[in-house]
Ligand binder design. Structure first.
Ligand SMILES: [Zn+2]
Length: 216
């Protein structure tokens, strides 16, 4: 995305927040030519010939792929939460099984799974697809699952003034399945509870039952 960020100005006061909170990046888009040069270097470094026929298009292909996978760095997830509507509903809203793919920032290998987001509104409700959009923007960055989980929860607290939010993420990390300890099938589960889901045990069990209910 090369569009100028319409919210860059309002988000400027957040520049001291964690990496995911930075809305206005240092550069406005992914530098694909630079990635191409780097990929050529990596191919040479592992002992390949980057000029052999099968690899000629690879640097450009990988550059386009990274531009896609890291495109979330150049988007502000808050945009999607600012299109809320006013509604008196004050029970749990839950969107379960939001699929995502992200990239582990320690190994630059993908991790993928499902995010579940439950919140209790305080007058502000967003369209359900907006929650999926927020997950998508936050996921398309160099990430760690723990930070991703907390970032999504904090965004809902800050933008929607929710009474409570619960974010649970379940993911498999290819850096654990195809390399290192090589444990296919292992699942990493993280959760972030805010507001009444943090302070009130029965609210927390209610949302966890909805997420892990018997129809799963
Ligand atoms: Zn990793």
């Amino acid at each position: 995305m090369n569009m100028p960020d319409p919210l860059a100005k309002t988000a400027a006061h957040q520049e001291n927040g964690p990496p995911n909170e930075v809305a206005a990046p240092a550069s406005s888009s992914v530098d694909q030519a630079r990635i191409e040069r780097a990929v050529r270097e990596i191919l040479s470094a592992v002992g390949e010939d980057p000029d052999r026929e099968g690899l000629l298009e690879t640097p450009a292909r990988v550059a386009r792929m990274y531009a896609e996978l890291f495109g979330g760095l150049h988007e502000n997830p808050r945009v999607h939460l600012r299109k809320f509507f006013t509604e008196k509903y004050d029970e749990i809203v839950l969107v379960r099984d939001i699929s995502f793919n992200s990239m582990c920032e320690h190994h630059m290998l993908p991790f993928m799974g499902q995010a579940h987001i439950g919140y209790v509104p305080n007058g502000r409700v967003v369209g359900l697809s907006k929650l999926a959009r927020v997950v998508d923007v936050v996921a398309r960055r160099p990430q760690v699952q723990e930070r991703m989980t907390e970032t999504i929860a904090d965004l809902l607290v800050e933008e929607l003034d929710v009474r409570g939010v619960a974010v649970v993420i379940e993911a498999t990390h290819t850096c654990m399945t195809i390399r290192g300890v090589r444990k296919p099938g292992s699942l990493c589960v993280t959760s972030a509870m805010r507001g009444l889901f943090r302070s009130n045990l029965s609210s927390r069990s209610e949302v966890m039952t909805l997420i892990y209910g018997k129809n799963r």
